[in-house]
Design a protein around this ligand. Structure first.
Ligand SMILES: Cc1cc2nc3c(=O)[nH]c(=O)nc-3n(C[C@H](O)[C@H](O)[C@H](O)COP(=O)(O)O)c2cc1C
Length: 166
């Protein structure tokens, strides 16, 4: 497996916990970085990049992402394989569920990445999400507020899905 970095933004620790669990399940020395302290070399040094964010405000990225997104634009991601994950609350924010994951997907796509890791929306209940394209989530959706007990299995299944492509 080629080298993988996981870059996340998290305010209350849920996306941070997801990032750590993804790294543990990936093994092979996957590196975990907070978006607020990541730098350009955290993109250029790795073949595989996993981007994750919780959703805040009215369907927005977690704050730390606003400092790092310009770096993604500047560095570009062509030749990179990217997977995205999002953390949200499907019941309280049913019209903007994990929208931040949709933002990360669009940013990676515009930067030229090959994006992998779409998942089924089965088992979730929400009205709308910009992270759904062609009937699927563009990455892994996690809900620690309502379905915390499912997160570990969802992460394990997703890591098994993406690993062969990394
Ligand atoms: C003020 C506020 C706004 C939120 N907005 C959204 C939202 O638009 N969509 C969503 O899916 N979750 C939303 N959430 C839920 C958080 O994303 C969720 O609690 C998440 O687990 C936080 O992850 P973190 O600890 O990594 O920051 C919101 C939560 C709060 C408190």
């Amino acid at each position: 497996m080629k080298k993988t970095v996981i870059i996340y933004g998290s305010t209350t620790g849920n996306a941070a916990s997801a990032a750590q669990t993804i790294a543990e399940k990936l093994g092979s020395g996957a590196v975990v970085k907070e978006a607020g302290s990541a730098s350009k070399s955290d993109l250029t040094d790795f073949d595989n990049i996993i981007l994750g964010s919780s959703t805040w405000g009215d369907g927005e990225l977690q704050d730390d992402w606003y400092t790092f997104l310009p770096t993604i634009k500047e560095a570009g991601l062509s030749g990179k394989t990217v997977a995205v994950f999002g953390v949200g609350d499907q019941f309280s924010y049913s019209d903007t569920f994990v929208n931040a994951m949709g933002e990360l997907y669009e940013a990676a796509k515009s930067a030229g990445a090959k994006i992998i890791g779409a998942t089924s929306t089965d088992g979730y209940s929400f009205n709308e999400s910009s992270a759904v394209k062609d009937g699927k989530f563009v990455g892994l959706a996690l809900d620690y507020d309502n379905q915390s007990d499912l997160s570990d299995d969802r992460i394990a299944a997703w890591v098994a899905q993406i690993s062969p492509e990394l």
